[in-house]
Write a protein that binds this ligand. Structure first.
Ligand SMILES: NC(=O)c1ccc[n+]([C@@H]2O[C@H](COP(=O)([O-])OP(=O)(O)OC[C@H]3O[C@@H](n4cnc5c(N)ncnc54)[C@H](O)[C@@H]3O)[C@@H](O)[C@H]2O)c1
Length: 443
């Protein structure tokens, strides 16, 4: 929506300046909107006010700098409310012990709104991933607190860390669930410039699109991981199998790469939250129960592969190449490396690691010795495991890596390396469901 001079008239507020909130704010600023981001983390707000980007996300710093005149960062909810009409909620919704989503931060925002924004006429837009029924619960809370005039829409976010800017600005779809059509229209107008399909629906359906999408992608990953495990038993190559399957337009190639399981801040918690949501509503979601179990076991399969080649891991030195849950991010939430490192240490192994971005400040890597390069990490190692397929790691000087290791056992946990090439270099090499083969895949 623009005024006569073409300036955007809706003023945007964002609560929570994390991976999603910051990208949302910065991208909407790039679309011409005035954006005020509020976070409760004083260090983060100070860094943002200093022009620093508190997370690693390619391209974010550049877009942020280019549109800095339209971006304001504050600790004050009042200030953010004064400066905005439409307010995105992008706070974290981590898992609880029961596997449900923890909505305390979301409900905390509603509570705070009543305290400081009693005369608010804003539209709240839920970007955080929340279980179906949350919108109705928030609506009821707003009404009960005398905030009937505050609008509410669900607008789940589908961006991927590492490609967040492009995903936000060129989404496959925008989903908007609303209680009131006019509120939905105003939220839809924010995305008009992106030219993406906009799906308008009810709040519960919008909430479910997000969970169902993540659960389906996780299912695809666990499916191909099980196919890979069977491939190992029967002498087939999962890479060729996935390629052959993926060319079927009903199936598609994406998310059919076998490996050591999914991690990250979304899939594990969202799959678990959907399973719990179903359970709480009286339905046992059997398929998702298996998807979760397969993923947990997949992370541990590497230990079996290492033992096959090294025997007991007691006193052995294992190098983890890559730590982040995927390349191009510094996010360590639910990273497979954490499970692997903990298992290796429990088995009595010494663990070294290298990641291009994740550094020693990450406190859950207790007992892991971080090194400054792949070659330093593998020095005197009995085995190395490629955990995160960072380009810089995949393109390592593998002959040099080979020479630095005590025994050249290399496990490719992401199927990012060519088994033939690695075997030719002298590595004792294993991927996940792969066989070194001469009959190439015609692509
Ligand atoms: N990270 C992703 O790739 C991704 C993608 C799609 C959806 N999501 C969903 O988006 C939501 C946010 O995820 P994230 O990865 O950006 O989380 P995050 O932890 O990076 O960021 C959350 C931010 O909210 C702030 N916060 C918490 N309570 C607050 C309050 N009351 N007021 C202001 N700020 C507050 C925190 O300080 C933090 O900076 C989650 O529900 C997540 O599931 C994440």
């Amino acid at each position: 929506m623009g005024d006569q001079n073409g300036a955007m008239t809706e003023r945007i507020g964002v609560i929570g300046a994390g991976y999603v909130g910051l990208v949302t704010g910065v991208c909407l600023a790039s679309q011409g909107f005035q954006v005020t981001l509020r976070d409760i983390d004083a260090t983060k707000v100070a860094a943002l006010n200093d022009g620093q980007v508190p997370i690693y996300e390619p391209g974010l710093a550049e877009v942020m700098a280019e549109h800095s005149s339209r971006l304001t960062y504050t600790l004050s909810l009042e200030r953010m409310l004064e400066r905005s009409d439409i307010v995105f909620i992008a706070v974290d919704t981590p898992p609880t012990y029961s596997g449900d989503a923890d909505l305390s931060r979301v409900m905390g925002v509603v509570e705070e709104l009543q305290r400081v924004g009693a005369d608010s006429r804003h539209i709240l837009v839920m970007k955080s991933t929340v279980p179906v029924g949350t919108g109705e619960r928030v609506r009821a809370e707003l009404d009960a607190r005398g905030l009937e005039q505050v609008g509410y829409c669900s607008n789940p976010e589908f961006l991927k860390e590492g490609a967040a800017i492009a995903d936000f600005l060129h989404p496959d779809r925008v989903v908007i669930g609303s209680f009131d059509e006019a509120d939905g229209d105003r939220v839809a107008s924010l995305y008009a410039g992106l030219g993406a399909p906009i799906i308008r629906t009810t709040v519960p359906s919008a909430e479910m699109v997000k969970y169902a999408s993540n659960a389906f992608l996780a299912t695809k990953i666990s499916f191909i991981n099980e196919i890979a495990n069977v491939c190992e038993e029967v002498g087939a190559d999962v890479d060729v199998v996935a390629h052959g399957m993926g060319l079927d337009s009903r199936i598609g190639r994406s998310f059919l790469r076998a490996g050591i399981g999914y991690g990250g801040s979304c899939f594990p918690k969202d799959v678990s939250a959907l399973k719990q949501l179903a359970g709480n509503s009286g339905y046992h979601f059997q398929l998702l129960t298996s998807v979760i179990e397969v993923n947990e076991l997949q992370k541990r399969r590497v230990i079996g592969k290492l033992k096959k080649h090294l025997g007991s891991l007691e006193g052995k030195r294992v190098a983890l190449l890559g730590l982040a849950f995927k390349p191009e991010t510094d996010d360590m939430r639910e990273a497979s490396s954490l499970v692997l490192a903990a298992r290796l240490i429990a088995e009595g192994a010494a663990v070294t690691a290298y990641d291009p971005i994740v550094n020693g400040t990450f406190d859950r890597l207790v007992g892991v010795e971080l090194r400054g390069s792949v070659e330093d990490a593998v020095e005197d190692a009995d085995a190395a495991v490629l955990v995160t397929e960072w380009k810089a790691i995949v393109e390592s000087d593998w002959p040099a890596v080979h020479d630095r290791m005590r025994t050249p056992v290399l496990i490719d946990g992401r199927n990012a390396l060519d088994p033939l090439q690695m075997t030719a270099l002298g590595f004792v090499f294993e991927g996940i469901g792969r066989i070194p083969q001469h009959i190439g895949v015609t692509r």
